[in-house]
Design a protein around this ligand. Structure first.
Ligand SMILES: Nc1ncnc2c1ncn2[C@@H]1O[C@H](COP(=O)(O)OP(=O)(O)OP(=O)(O)O)[C@@H](O)[C@H]1O
Ligand SMILES: [Mg+2]
Length: 235
């Protein structure tokens, strides 16, 4: 589903170029659930942007769902995302002038779904926002915006779901509920899940755990081992 081959990403900043991803290679098969962990600034969100076709790498190859993203135009990338990928951004990226319902429904409408608004309402109910359909993002709490972003990401039943700290703004109980929903949906639909998180308990629920440090993969292992280490650390 995802093949990253010797990926490099350098972006310019006022202080000069920042070398963010440094020769990162990773293969993720269809249907895998993979957590991505690592310190703040290690390149997790940047890697997600490259996989989602939102950032072009400075070097290396990116293949997602059989598409080599390197040779694609911006239009082709937009179509690729629409048809294959659901993305939950760390900072939500909701459209402020659209209600929660419209934020979820409009992309479905663009994708040609006739039941866009019914489907959007159903997804928002699933994340506990049935009473907030006509609220604008500015009228939603951080956690409610996050759940709206999540509903938008899974509404189209994408083959690949990229979620960047999807429970970072949720309380324990709501976070648990939303994670359960996400894992159930992925299992049911065979969705490939790439989940960025700082929460080792959430990471342990994925079958595989990839650890990034300084734009490289430090460790790539099975979650059972990660969970055991986590448990050992907690003792
Ligand atoms: N547009 C940009 N221009 C220049 N540098 C950037 C840009 N975006 C990110 N960076 C830098 O790249 C590095 C990696 O950022 P990234 O957002 O991928 O980290 P992260 O692992 O997601 O961190 P966090 O856990 O805090 O979300 C950081 O040092 C950041 O300052
Ligand atoms: Mg990040």
């Amino acid at each position: 589903m995802i093949e990253l081959d010797n990926l490099d990403l350098t972006l310019s900043s006022q202080a000069g170029p920042v070398h963010i991803l440094r020769g990162l290679s990773l293969t993720i098969d269809a249907g895998e659930t993979v957590s991505v962990v690592g310190p703040s600034g290690s390149g997790k969100s940047s890697m997600m942007m490259v996989v989602g076709g939102l950032e072009r790498p400075s070097g290396g190859r990116v293949t997602v769902a059989g598409h080599n993203l390197g040779g694609m135009s911006e239009d082709a990338l937009a179509t690729f995302r629409r048809d294959n990928v659901g993305i939950v951004f760390q900072d939500f990226h909701l459209i402020p002038t659209m209600t929660a319902l419209e934020n979820v429904a409009i992309p479905l409408e663009f994708a040609g779904r006739r039941d866009a608004f019914e489907r959007a309402a159903e997804c928002l109910r699933q994340v506990g926002l049935g009473e907030r359909l006509s609220h604008y993002p500015g009228q939603l709490s951080g956690g409610e915006q996050q759940r709206t972003a999540l509903a938008r990401a899974f509404a189209a039943e994408p083959k690949l779901l990229l979620a960047d700290e999807p429970t970072g703004n949720l309380d324990g109980a709501t976070g648990q509920h939303v994670m359960q929903l996400l894992f159930d949906l992925c299992r049911q639909d065979g969705t490939t899940l790439v989940l960025i998180t700082h929460d080792e308990d959430i990471a342990a629920r994925c079958a595989r755990r990839v650890q990034l440090v300084d734009g490289r993969i430090l460790d790539d292992g099975h979650a059972t081992r990660a969970a055991a280490e986590h448990a050992a650390g907690a003792r």
